[in-house]
Structures are given as structure tokens and as C-alpha cells.
Design a protein around this ligand. Structure first.
Ligand SMILES: *Cc1c(COP(=O)(O)O)cnc(C)c1O
Length: 415
């Protein structure tokens, strides 16, 4: 048997390993970077590890999900109505509930047919990227962004082009760079909420003749002066495919329930064939557990305002701690106080730091010396930045930032 295995040689001429992005700014995924940092921790440090790199606050008591959501799941299981396979696009009551939930913020009504239920926002992204991929096609993705888009596109040979978000302007889309990147093979642009002027972006996408993919997994998680505006509001200007999930707003990323909503009141997407492709792909892919879908109507309809405002208040308190503590540390800077989502982009000033080569080096040494994990910017396309996820217990966050301050003081360049 051993000999047989030894003589095996792959017949194909193609190399099967996944294509790496050609962009030198995009070499690691979030998971790869965090795994590497976790391996770098010092076991002799008795202090607890402070995780500021992850996107999952569910382990912290202050971010426990609503009892309404927990009860809805229990009731769905006990009803024994949801032990069956699900239809490809999801069970009708779940699609109807999601359509109604999203329509609350829109100037028109979505129908259940406009909604497909997916395994989290992750599968929604996978389905759309796969459905858009054609030889030669390209897609525009923001930087900083969410690395799943690049990684998923690489598996489908869909070319990714990056447009910039401008830190000094509240991470607004640089619309000039969007226009400069677009050609006849550009099929869509991705917009990740919050932090973008939806109306201008929609006008630009309409002019360029491309679809907008709106990642609204952070919808309603806003705590600054700006209100949440869904991209779908501009669906009559340009067709919008909105992806979302209950992972972030309800703090249940492990429940794996998300959706794709078609915001296309003028029916413009028919000519593109994209909806057909999505339907075909849904037919061959797995669905969220049926009892989670069964619980969705109650989760979306009955969760109290009090639950949401508690979560928002804690996030806001965290964002304030993050912003004010970073101000005290000369070697790092946060150009914009976070007004939504769960993380802040922070710029490293390497000229003030001794013996730190780049963002990955900063994060690796910080993990080893202070048992604090932060994400190197390279994982989201931003070399020599770091991303701090502030959604943890406020006292831990304060402690983590104090440790970053001592780290800075130890590594500050002697002038
Ligand atoms: C977390 C996240 C996702 C994935 O959401 P899931 O529902 O957990 O699959 C997608 N996009 C962005 C921007 C995210 O932060």
C-alpha cells in the first residue's frame, strides 16, 4: 500500500492550492493572524489574556443575548414543527419576518420572495461572490474592509480591486478611486455599513452601471450622531443586494442565521441573471438549522428596545474608553472616534517606536509582553495600522489599553 501511495503523481497540470491575493497589502486573514498571535502568548504571564482582536463578544456577561431570543429557540425546538429539511431559500415564515423587519427602515416594502435565508452573513457573501464570478470579471472592495471578500473571491477566480476609505473624513468612500478602478468587467462594489454616504455612493454606482452589495451585518449598531441608513433606501437609484445576520445585533454569531435581501423595486436585476445564479447556488447549498429559522419571527418581532439600548450603551461606553485612552498614548492614533460597529482602526507611528518593524511585529510583541491581542492592520488591508475590537467588558478594555500604554512606554524611542 505504501508503495502504491508513493508512486501516485497528480495527473492535472493545475496547482490546486488557493490563489493568494496579488495585493501585497492583503496577505493574511483575520483568523490566520489571530491564530499566530495566540501562539505567541507568554504562558508565564499570570494576568488574563485580553482579547481585542476578535469579533465575538458573546462570551462577556454584559453582551448576553436577549431572553426573548433564547425563549424563541426553546419554543421552536419544543414545538417539533421544525425538525424537517428547509426549502432552499428558507422557510416561508422566516423569509416573511425578515422582509418585514428590513422593510421597517425602507421607503418601500420587501416581499418574502426578495429574501433568502443563509448560514450567517458569511454564506450570504459566499453565495453572491460565487454567483458574480465570471472569467475576467472584477469586483470593487473597500480598504479597510472585511477579508472574507478577498478570500472568497480568490476561490472563485474573481478579481478584487480595492478602493480606499478616507480616515480623516469618517472613513467615507473615496468615490474618485471607485471611478478610476471601474472598467467594463466590473460587476459590483461592496459597501460595509457604517461609515459611508449612501446617496452619493448609489449615484456613483448607477453612473458606472454596477450592482451594490451592502454588508449590513452591523445595522443599527450605531452610537454617534449619525443614524443607520440602509443602502436599500437607494434601491430605486441602483439595485442593491443587502447581506446581514442576527450575529452582531443580537450577539449570537454561533446561531448562524443570516440573509440576502434584494433591494430592487424597479426590477433592474432581471437583465443581469444574478438572481437566477443565486437561486441555483441556494439549491445546492446547505441551509440554516430549521429550528433557528422557526425562531426568527419571534426574535425579530419581540426583542425589546431595552435590550438594544443596553447593548448600544455598553458599546458606546467602550468606544469612549477606547478613544480617550488611545489619546494618552503618543505612538498610536485613532483618527476618528468610532460611531458604530465594534472596532476602531488605530494608526501606528513607527517613528516613535524602538525595535518595532511593522504592525504584525507590534501585535506579536504586545501579545508576548502584555497578553493583549489586537489585530494587525494587514489582515484588513491596512499595513502599519492595528484594529482594536472594543466590544468587551468595559473594565477589561480599560485594563487592556493600560497595558498597551505600558508597552508603548517600554518601546518608546529615546529622544
Ligand atoms: C462578522 C461579519 C460578517 C459575518 O457575519 P456572520 O453572520 O457571523 O457570518 C460579515 N461581514 C462583516 C463586515 C462582519 O463584521
Amino acid at each position: 500500500m505504501e508503495n502504491g501511495a508513493k508512486s501516485w503523481a497528480f495527473r492535472g497540470t493545475q496547482k490546486l492550492s488557493a490563489k493568494q491575493s496579488k495585493d501585497p497589502k492583503q496577505k493574511v486573514t483575520i483568523r490566520e493572524a489571530l491564530d499566530k498571535l495566540m501562539g505567541n502568548l507568554n504562558e508565564d504571564d499570570d494576568r488574563s489574556v485580553i482579547p481585542l482582536g476578535h469579533g465575538d463578544p458573546s462570551a462577556f456577561p454584559c453582551f448576553r443575548t436577549s431572553p426573548v431570543a433564547e425563549d424563541a429557540i426553546v419554543d421552536a425546538v419544543r414545538s417539533s414543527k421544525f425538525n424537517c429539511y428547509s426549502p432552499a431559500a428558507g422557510i416561508p415564515p422566516a423569509r416573511r419576518a425578515i422582509a418585514e423587519y428590513l422593510s421597517r427602515d425602507l421607503p418601500y416594502k420587501l416581499s418574502p420572495d426578495d429574501v433568502s435565508v443563509t448560514l450567517g452573513c458569511t454564506q450570504a457573501i459566499e453565495i453572491i461572490i460565487t454567483a458574480l464570478a465570471r472569467p475576467g470579471a472584477n469586483i470593487l472592495v473597500p480598504r479597510p474592509g472585511y477579508p472574507l471578500y478577498e478570500a472568497r473571491a480568490a476561490f472563485s477566480n474573481l478579481e478584487v480591486r480595492h478602493f480606499d476609505l478616507i480616515p480623516e473624513k469618517g472613513w467615507e468612500v473615496d468615490l474618485d478611486s471607485v471611478e478610476a478602478l471601474t472598467d467594463d468587467n466590473t460587476v459590483a462594489m461592496v459597501i460595509i455599513s457604517p461609515g459611508n454616504p449612501c446617496g452619493n455612493t448609489a449615484e456613483t454606482a448607477r453612473k458606472l452601471g454596477i450592482i451594490v452589495i451592502a454588508d449590513e451585518v452591523y445595522s443599527h449598531l450605531v452610537f454617534g450622531n449619525k443614524q443607520f441608513v440602509p443602502m436599500g433606501e437607494f434601491g430605486s437609484i441602483v439595485p442593491v443586494l443587502t447581506v446581514g445576520s442576527i450575529s452582531k445585533r443580537w450577539i449570537v454569531p454561533g446561531w448562524r442565521l443570516g440573509w440576502i435581501a434584494t433591494n430592487d423595486p424597479c426590477g433592474l436585476l432581471k437583465q443581469t441573471g444574478i438572481l437566477d445564479s443565486i437561486k441555483k447556488y441556494l439549491n445546492i447549498s446547505s441551509d440554516p438549522a430549521t429550528f433557528i429559522q422557526g425562531a426568527i419571527p419571534k426574535i425579530l418581532e419581540n426583542t425589546t428596545e431595552e435590550f438594544f439600548s443596553n447593548i448600544i450603551n455598553t458599546m458606546k461606553e467602550d468606544a469612549d474608553i477606547c478613544y480617550s485612552k488611545i489619546k494618552e498614548i503618543p505612538g498610536i492614533a485613532c483618527p476618528q472616534k468610532p460611531e458604530g460597529a465594534m472596532s476602531a482602526m488605530v494608526k501606528l507611528n513607527l517613528s516613535l517606536l524602538e525595535g518595532i518593524n511593522d504592525d504584525m511585529d507590534f501585535c506579536a510583541k504586545l501579545a508576548k509582553e502584555e497578553s493583549v491581542i489586537v489585530l494587525p492592520g494587514i489582515a484588513v488591508g491596512m499595513k502599519n495600522w492595528i484594529r482594536i475590537t472594543f466590544a468587551i467588558e468595559p473594565v477589561f478594555l480599560a485594563e487592556g489599553l493600560d497595558r498597551i500604554k505600558s508597552f508603548y512606554e517600554r518601546h518608546a524611542k529615546k529622544l
